[in-house]
Structure formats: structure tokens, C-alpha cells
Design a protein around this ligand. Structure first.
Ligand code: NAD
Ligand code: GLY
Length: 364
């Protein structure tokens, strides 16, 4: 199975190519984009060990001159210091305006490589080769790039669309199971915000929590439908002036939970799962969403092996305080994405704090 999804942007259109073993076609696919010869491939040691040689062979066979650079793995390295290291390699290797950075990795490597490419020489090409489920369905598409500030996640960044996204589902075989489940949270998100058919397909599957138990056809379906959902939204609102905000479903409470637990207790996708449960319950409390639909959503989140409860010792007041620091707060009002049907959401900043507290208390 192979599919190509187009991200239709007036100035920065590109394709997302999804196919088994497409890692070996990286060079060939890039050749058709008329890019310069020099490529800097950025990865981390573990991912490079698995896939670096194949990626480089494909690029060299297509005539590219490749330098590779590995950053240490982990969100803690998503910093300006790591970007400086990429710049140093770019300088040493005389990367030019026509050169390309290739991100081979999860969302951390993708966001950093994208940001380095957005800023080196005021912007050079970037190609995304996502290797985690989360990066395949979310972070590699849409052009958000950036790094963390010591006081907040993703506070430094730029929009910089990739020239191409190559998704090889086979690389998921080496992804740790917990990372697979975390990525599944973002897949469920697309089912709720955009694609009711995707939601039904997920609901019909016996398993969602481990790659080996999920049918290959369903994995392909998940990748194509999730990328299509993201491409649809981004094509209509590249820089998040409106519609794109719906991609933050589950992220309002999710980010607050991540932040009050110091980004250690939950993976991002796990916190998003908890945030989707909370947003669903808030929508039910406000009379916007049917209780049965919220229950179906929560069953799916559980089937994906994701938590649906908050730790009992977490102070709800600290979550409420953290909501005020969210990037999405406007004029002191916290913005929520709330479902009205499966596949349809609305954005509102009219959620009374006592409803948020009630829902969070019920989730402990
Ligand atoms: P990650 O990049 O840290 O990857 C998770 C772990 O899996 C890492 O240890 C990585 O080395 C490993 N890994 C990845 N692919 C592997 C593979 N195929 N085989 C073996 N190990 C593999 O985390 P993530 O969940 O991919 O991404 C999270 C990051 O993405 C966060 O920094 C978040 O802010 C960002 N993000 C960005 C956007 C966006 O639109 N730009 C959207 C969502 C998330
Ligand atoms: N992950 C949210 C966005 O890309 O807008």
C-alpha cells in the first residue's frame, strides 16, 4: 500500500508520501524537487543506528553529498544549545541556501531540525522523515518548528513547511510500545475533531495499544487519514489564525497536566489523552456533547492503553493555575476545543472554572 497526500498551500505546497520501505526512496523522491547537492541529516544515536545507513545510502545513490549529525535523544535536549550545534555543522560543511536538512527521528528531532533549517541563512530546505507514530501523524506535517525555553515548552519557534514528508510505516517496528500508545492519542484526536470514519475504524479494532496487534491495513489507514486530516486543516489555516486551533483538542488540560508534573510523569500523548477525557466531560457538562459519545471516546483512549484518570495526589488548583500560563490564553480567558459530535468540535473560551474543577475532581 502506498499513498500520497498533498498539503495544498499557495506558496509552500508539498507531499506526504506514505509507503513501506519508502526510507530507501528518500534520495529518489528528493531528486525530483530540484534541491542543491548538500544534505545535512540530523538524527539521534538510537534512530541513526537503526535507519541512518539506509537513509544515507539512498541519498548518496541519488547523487547528494551527505553529512550526518546525531543529537542526544530526549526532550531535555530540545534547546537552543542543540540548534547552535546544528548551525556549527552547517557552517563547517558550508551549507548553502539551496541545501537541505533532513530530520530522521521523532518529534524532538523534527522540531529542532525544522527550526535550524528555518533560521540557517534565513531559511533552507527541510525534509521530514518521521520515525515515531506521533511524528508521522502530527509533528512532521504543518510546519511548526521550534525548541523549548527553560520556562516553557516550544516557546521559541517558527513556521517552516517541509519540502517533503516521507513516512515509512515499517520503522514503527522498533518504536517502544509506550511511544506507540502516546502517538495513538493524536490519532484518536483526529477522529474526534475531523474524521468520524477514522473514529469508527479505531472503534472497530480489537487492539490499539501495540503495533503487533494492530492490522497492517489499519496502520496504513490510520497514517493516511491522520495525515489527510492534518493536511486539510493546515491547508485552510497555515499559521493558526482560526481553524488550526482545533488541532489543540485535549491539549489545554493536557499541557497543564504535563507542566504541573514537570514533564516527567506523562508522555505528551498520554497527557493529551487525559486532556481529551476532560474536554469531553466538560462538553457533556455544558450540554454540547452526548454522554454516549464521550463514553465511546474514553473507551477508545483506554483501548489504546492510555491513562484516563488523574493521579489522586495531584492538586487540582495547581492545574487551574497552570491553565492561565497556556499559550492559548487570550485576554485572561482559557480557550478550549470541545466536541459537539464525533468528527466536529468548536472552540470556546466560555468554560466556567467551577465546571473545569468538577470534571477534574471526577477524574481523580
Ligand atoms: P521523541 O522525538 O522524543 O521520540 C520518542 C522516543 O522514541 C525517543 O526516545 C526516540 O529516540 C524514540 N524513537 C523514535 N522513533 C523511533 C523508532 N522508529 N525506533 C526506535 N526508537 C524511536 O518524541 P515524539 O513523541 O516523537 O515527539 C514529541 C515532540 O514533538 C515534542 O517535543 C513535541 O513538542 C513535538 N510536537 C510537535 C508538533 C508540531 O506540530 N511541530 C506536534 C506535536 C508534538
Ligand atoms: N500540533 C498542533 C499543530 O500542528 O497545530
Amino acid at each position: 500500500m502506498s499513498s500520497v497526500i498533498k498539503v495544498n498551500l499557495p506558496e509552500n505546497a508539498y507531499e506526504i508520501a506514505i509507503a513501506p520501505a519508502s526510507l530507501d526512496q528518500l534520495g529518489e523522491k528528493m531528486s525530483s524537487l530540484q534541491l542543491g547537492k548538500k544534505v545535512l541529516l540530523v538524527s539521534n544515536p538510537m534512530i541513526f543506528k537503526h535507519y541512518g545507513t539506509r537513509a544515507i545510502a539512498s541519498l548518496e545513490n541519488a547523487g547528494f553529498e551527505v553529512t550526518s549529525y546525531n543529537l542526544p535523544a530526549g526532550e531535555h535536549y530540545k534547546t537552543l544549545n542543540s540548534i547552535q550545534k546544528i548551525y556549527n555543522i552547517a557552517l563547517e560543511n558550508r551549507l548553502e541556501r539551496s541545501s537541505t536538512m533532513v530530520a530522521l527521528g521523532g518529534g524532538v528531532i523534527g522540531d529542532m531540525t525544522g527550526f535550524a533549517a528555518a533560521t540557517w541563512l534565513r531559511g533552507i530546505n527541510v525534509v521530514q522523515v518521521p520515525t515515531s507514530l506521533l511524528a508521522m501523524v502530527d509533528s512532521s506535517v504543518g510546519g511548526k518548528t521550534g525548541v523549548n525555553h527553560p520556562h516553557g515548552k516550544n516557546l521559541i519557534g517558527a513556521f517552516h513547511q517541509p519540502r517533503l514528508v516521507i513516512i515509512d510505516p515499517e520503522v514503527l517496528k522498533t518504536l517502544p510500545a509506550r511511544e506507540f500508545r502516546a502517538g495513538m492519542a493524536e490519532v484518536i484526536k483526529y477522529g474526534i475533531i475531523w474524521d468520524a470514519e477514522l473514529f469508527s475504524q479505531l472503534a472497530a479494532s480489537k487492539h490499539l495499544d501495540q503495533l503487533r496487534y494492530v492490522k497492517t491495513d489499519l496502520i496504513n489507514y490510520i497514517l493516511t487519514h491522520s495525515c489527510q486530516a492534518k493536511a486539510d486543516v493546515v491547508s485552510q489555516d497555515e499559521k493558526e489564525s482560526g481553524l488550526r486551533a482545533i488541532l489543540n483538542y485535549g491539549h489545554t488540560i493536557g499541557h497543564a497536566v504535563e507542566s504541573v508534573t514537570n514533564y516527567r510523569l506523562f508522555k505528551h500523548g498520554e497527557a493529551v489523552g487525559i486532556g481529551m477525557v476532560a474536554a469531553g466531560e466538560i462538553a457533556v457538562e455544558l450540554g454540547l456533547w452526548a454522554k454516549e459519545d464521550a463514553e465511546s471516546q474514553n473507551a477508545l483512549i483506554q483501548k489504546a492503553g492510555l491513562p484516563i484518570k488523574l493521579p489522586t495526589d495531584l492538586d487540582i488548583e495547581t492545574i487551574i493555575d497552570a491553565l492561565q500560563l497556556d499559550k492559548k490564553v487570550k485576554a485572561g480567558k482559557v480557550r478550549f476545543v470541545l466536541p459537539t459530535q464525533i468528527g466536529v468540535v468548536k472552540v470556546t473560551d466560555e468554560v466556567p472554572t467551577d465546571i473545569i474543577i468538577k470534571v477534574l475532581q471526577q477524574m481523580q
